[in-house]
Design a protein around this ligand. Structure first.
Ligand SMILES: C[S@@+](CC[C@H](N)C(=O)[O-])C[C@H]1O[C@@H](n2cnc3c(N)ncnc32)[C@H](O)[C@@H]1O
Length: 233
């Protein structure tokens, strides 16, 4: 896949565990790819700003946090849900970094760590905090909640863009559901409006077969592929 929108920049300020919190075993997502996917979804979306972004398998919300920091000028709300309580706590901590208060707290933690251990990595992280702070322009409302992605209940909001990186391989398994990606797509059809743009990132072996959505794009990248959909009329 050729990158159309996300430049081949240095994204180290967004590395997991630097400023953005990391939990051992938690999945992360390549920053440049997250940005490229979001930009592609935004191109398909009729709405170009005040985007309500949702991830139904958000894990520690690494991808959502990166997008909030990189594209916050186009986003008004970020919602994430998952079935893993530890991931939801991490997601809350990470999404707090999209506010001045959250970054101030993170700065204090890093300063204390630097005082205690004197590691260069903490100094570098503090420099990243300075740069990330300059990216915060508007307030983004954030919320994380427990939800099984196979549930069919409606949500109290209609997302403009859904981007989700579903469980695959031996790193993260499906839990509390059939594990059938097509069942998740069917559940998501209840959550999407007629203009919601849906992007699913998955393992190359996973196959989506749906009558409910029209596929707008399919891209292979490394071990992953992503597909972008809109609901059929
Ligand atoms: C690949 S990880 C997502 C990582 C996330 N994109 C990030 O950037 O932090 C997949 C997530 O799906 C969650 N998951 C597994 N089964 C689920 C289910 N039935 N409903 C919702 N989430 C589920 C896992 O707990 C895991 O956090």
């Amino acid at each position: 896949m050729e990158y159309k929108y996300a430049a081949n920049d240095n994204y180290e300020d967004f590395s997991s565990g630097r400023v953005i919190y990391h939990m051992g075993g938690a999945a992360t997502f390549p920053v440049r790819l997250a940005l490229e996917i979001y930009e592609r979804c935004l191109q398909y979306s009729k709405k170009k700003k005040d985007i309500l972004l949702y991830d139904c398998c958000c894990g520690g919300a690494y991808m959502l946090t990166v997008l909030g920091l990189l594209k916050g000028d186009t986003i008004s709300d970020i919602y994430g849900s998952d079935v893993d309580q530890k991931s939801l706590k991490l997601a809350e901590d990470n999404l707090s970094l999209l506010s001045y208060d959250g970054l101030r707290r993170r700065r204090q933690e890093l300063e204390e760590l630097y005082k205690k251990f004197g590691k260069n990595s903490h100094l570098e992280a503090l420099e990243s905090v300075d740069r990330l702070e300059k990216r915060i322009s508007t307030k983004i409302n954030t919320q994380v909640f427990y939800r099984n992605a196979f549930e069919e209940d409606k949500l109290p909001f209609i997302p403009d863009i859904i981007i989700t990186d579903v469980p695959y391989g031996n790193m993260v398994e499906w839990s509390k559901g059939s594990g059938d990606i097509n069942q998740m797509v069917e559940s998501l059809s209840k959550v999407c409006g007629s203009e919601t743009i849906l992007c699913i990132s998955m393992d190359k072996k996973q196959k989506i077969q749906t009558e409910l959505f029209k596929r707008l794009e399919k891209q292979m990248i490394g071990k992953r592929k992503f597909e972008i959909y809109i609901k059929k009329e």
